[in-house]
Design a protein around this ligand. Structure first.
Ligand code: PMP
Length: 465
């Protein structure tokens, strides 16, 4: 008897279909197909309720960094639950793991980012940054300095504010209302689709100019509070910015007294080989870093908004009776914080950042070989954060018809072969657990090659390409 015999997959799918509104659910196709129920996870592998084993090259949702099913994580979490599963974090109460984690994050974060607000995930970390920025500017008496500039195709989360800061066209669906009076979007730094003939540096020049023009258009630096950016854009298609872009955007912010918010929900905690990408990859010291996901490797929901002494000094200056009216029942949740502390300890003890810096470039280099396939336009990213851009024509970079759903098609072929990759429109994104071995890398790459070849064959057979 298999351990999976206990599950009635049809019933699970039916119950789910009837009662669980999923994030990003497509109502029509979901009604037909339902969801794939996952029952078990071990390292980089997941098992559905029928016992089918798959290599999860999505890493949950860019988050299962150290791999799932670790007994040491189970022990730490169970121990904390036994001792104290919850404590009130409000005003003047705390718990041991929350304080310890805040101190640890201050040590790991760049420069003078010594203060931490703990929330429930990436969206609430971004929402907290947004509110902290307004609070800070108001404390300074700069009541008109409120505009936010972000980028098109950025993803910053799903609260009302975070979604408005995000600029993904596909997410700005008409049935929702977004904040548009104080949140503005400038171009995606997308060199693959930049105007022909520009060097990376020249392209960066145009993007910086656009940022400066936007500041002017909004009434000058006195009106602009902050700039939000992922160091490498994740859900927008793993967009690695052109040379000099991040540095120069940061310098422009500094020159204009605009806070730089680096959204490291995906890039922190090892995905690109460092605790944080801002300083170690792009040599900047943001004013605020938002993080989540790899902070606990998905074992518990947790978000952190890490901010500078400069912001702290302003907000904490004793305006009599001033207080920070923002917080969650589960801010600094002891079990989540304990999971984060253990996760960080494991990354340190097992030298996982060093592992990423060794195996990550191999993953990237092997995947880059897929560009010899006629429909792979570009493979880009860094270490364990990679995107494959599929195109109908490599010269013109023309896309396949949207209804072919080419990313989903390739994903389905790979899933049949036991590897999970994520489709985003015409793209396939990979963000596996960062403990991946070279053998697992080879398996993912050869499976993807076979899957893309199978799709090409079908396209040809059906006269679609
Ligand atoms: N910021 C970025 C860059 C993200 O990729 C995400 C999630 N994919 C979020 C914020 C939101 O995080 P969460 O889903 O944990 O709320």
């Amino acid at each position: 008897m298999s351990e999976f015999d206990q599950y009635n997959t049809n019933q699970i799918v039916e119950d789910d279909k009837n009662h669980f509104l999923h994030p990003w659910q497509y109502f029509d196709s979901f009604k037909e197909e339902g969801a794939l129920p996952i029952a078990k996870a071990e390292g980089a592998y997941i098992y559905d309720t029928d016992g089918n084993k798959m290599l999860d090259a999505i890493g949950g949702m860019w988050c299962t960094n150290i791999g799932l099913g670790r007994e040491d994580m189970v022990e730490a979490i169970a121990d904390q639950v036994r001792q104290m599963a919850y404590a009130n974090p409000m005003v003047d109460m705390t718990n041991i793991p929350a304080g310890q984690l805040a101190k640890k994050l201050a040590e790991l974060a760049p420069g003078d980012l010594n203060h931490v607000f703990l929330s429930c995930g990436g969206s609430t970390a971004v929402d907290t940054a947004f509110r902290l920025i307004h609070f800070y500017q108001n404390c300074r008496g700069l009541h008109d300095k409120k505009h936010i500039i972000a980028r098109k195709e950025a993803y910053h989360g799903s609260t009302y504010a975070a979604m408005s800061i995000g600029g993904k066209k596909a997410d700005h669906v008409k049935e929702f209302d977004y904040i548009t009076d104080t949140i503005h979007h400038i171009s995606t730094p997308y060199y693959y689709r930049a105007p022909e003939g520009l060097s990376e540096e020249e392209y960066t020049d145009t993007l910086i100019k656009e940022f400066e023009d936007k500041i002017e258009e909004l009434g000058g630096a006195g009106k602009v509070a902050a700039f939000f950016a992922e160091p490498i854009m994740g859900s927008g298609g793993v967009i690695v910015p052109p040379k000099g872009y991040i540095q120069r955007m940061w310098e422009t912010c500094k020159a204009n007294d605009i806070l730089y918010v680096s959204d490291e929900v995906v890039t922190a905690f090892g995905r690109v080989g460092h605790w944080f990408a801002s300083e170690d990859v792009f040599a900047i010291q943001p004013d605020i870093i938002t993080s989540a996901k790899g902070l606990t490797s998905g074992y518990q929901p947790l978000g952190a908004t890490i901010f500078s002494d400069g912001i702290w000094d302003v907000i904490a200056a004793s305006g009599k009776g001033r207080y920070f009216a923002h917080g969650f029942t589960y801010s600094g949740h002891p079990v989540a914080c304990r999971a984060a502390l253990k996760n960080i300890e494991i990354i340190e003890d097992e030298k996982i950042l060093e592992h990423v810096r060794e195996v990550g470039p191999y993953f990237q280099q092997e995947l880059e070989k897929l560009v010899d396939l006629p429909i792979v336009g570009e493979v880009r990213g860094k270490n364990f954060m990679i995107c494959i851009e599929n195109v109908a024509n490599k010269q013109t970079k023309e896309l396949f018809a949207e209804e072919l759903d080419i990313g989903r098609w390739i994903t389905d072929e790979a899933a049949k072969r036991g590897v999970l990759v994520r489709p985003i429109g015409h793209l396939n994104v990979l963000s596996p657990p960062i403990i991946l071995t070279k053998e697992q890398v080879d398996h993912i790459v050869s499976t993807l090659r076979e899957s893309i070849e199978a799709v090409m064959l079908d396209l040809e057979k059906q006269g679609l390409w």
